[in-house]
Design a protein around this ligand. Structure first.
Ligand SMILES: [Zn+2]
Length: 333
């Protein structure tokens, strides 16, 4: 019983921060008798195509929700990295891989089988590690689903596993300053925003989570451009299940590009929306779902992975992969 263990279970394969003991405790606590599957360490450098200096391939995916039906599938398989196993060879080969983390991590609080309050078990970070995720948006309408503690915990849990959060941090100032990931001599600056952070559960605003305001993103992009070669803006915005972007999405994305952003990466509608070449920028209004449990509609079971290749500060290629969202994770169509 249990999942196939394609990469063996030697502790030598463990990424440095992954705790086999913690995973074992998690699986024991959910009734699994099989040993936990250690996430393999994929030699990223070996998979990445060698390129000229300043050549980088970035890959972007949409909403990752590790609660509810996704948690159920993980528990059934006794594999905390299950949703990422099929797609990891592609994402982990990128110089930078990005997702929107729609479920906060927390070490306290209940797990709901249904409803709209999400909670990712700490051990499920092994899936993000397996997929080679370097940066995750933590600004979305579910950012506060595990309360103020969940906001803090998610930021520090991601960082302690080598994943940079964007869109929330320990202070409003730090959030709006953005983050920079340097690859092959190029500084990629990231900012993240959400249209809403209350989701009907809160009345106040948590200033640590950036709200999507065209004037604010314009200021933030202008400031970050002074420290970064490329600015990329994550945008959690739009209307669920709508195939076209709303005026709010368009206004926000255009403001980001007008201020100097090269890429705007949209998510939240749960369906794929068009891309737009606008001035010197490239806008993906919605990449749709990536890891989610919405099987009620055909469109919510299709997502996009976008790969953008840079030579220095210039985009030299883009490629869109269609992915099918299945109960065991996304797979290429
Ligand atoms: Zn959302």
């Amino acid at each position: 019983m249990g999942p196939t263990v394609p990469f063996g279970s030697s502790t030598k394969l463990l990424p440095p921060k992954f705790s086999l003991a913690a995973a074992a405790a998690f699986l024991a606590c959910i009734g699994c008798s099989t040993p936990p599957v250690a996430p393999p360490e994929i030699p990223r450098k070996a998979l990445a195509r060698p390129g000229p200096s300043g050549y980088n391939r970035l890959i972007f995916a949409g909403d990752v929700m590790l609660s509810r039906g996704v948690r159920k599938a993980i528990v059934a398989a006794c594999d905390s990295a299950l949703p990422f196993r099929k797609i990891a060879p592609l994402t982990s080969a990128a110089d930078i891989a990005f997702v929107n983390l729609e479920s906060p991590f927390s070490d306290t609080g209940p797990y709901h089988e249904g409803g709209l309050v999400f909670h990712a078990a700490p051990e499920m970070i092994s899936g993000l590690q397996l997929a080679g995720i370097a940066i995750a948006s933590t600004a979305n309408n579910h950012s506060r689903d595990c309360g103020s503690h969940g906001v803090d915990y998610t930021i520090s849990w991601l960082r302690s596993h080598g994943i940079t959060p964007v869109g929330s941090s320990e202070s409003e100032q730090a959030t709006h300053g953005g983050v920079i990931l340097e690859r092959h001599g190029i500084r990629f600056g990231f900012l993240g925003y959400t249209y809403d952070q209350q989701n009907g559960n809160w009345r106040d605003i948590d200033r640590r989570i950036a709200l999507a305001d065209p004037a604010v993103v314009a200021d933030d992009v202008s400031s970050l451009r002074k420290r970064a070669d490329i600015v990329i803006v994550s945008m959690h915005n739009g209307i669920e299940y709508m195939p076209r972007p709303s005026q709010k999405q368009i206004d926000f994305a255009h403001a980001a590009v007008d201020a100097g952003a090269t890429l705007v990466i949209g998510h939240h509608p749960h369906v794929v929306q068009p891309e737009e070449h606008y001035r010197d920028g490239l806008i993906f209004y919605s990449l749709g779902n990536f890891v989610f449990d919405q099987y009620q509609r055909e469109a919510t079971q299709q997502g996009e992975l976008v790969e953008v290749a840079f030579l220095g500060k210039r985009i030299i290629a883009e490629h869109t992969f269609r992915v099918r969202i299945t109960p065991t994770g996304p797979e290429l169509e």
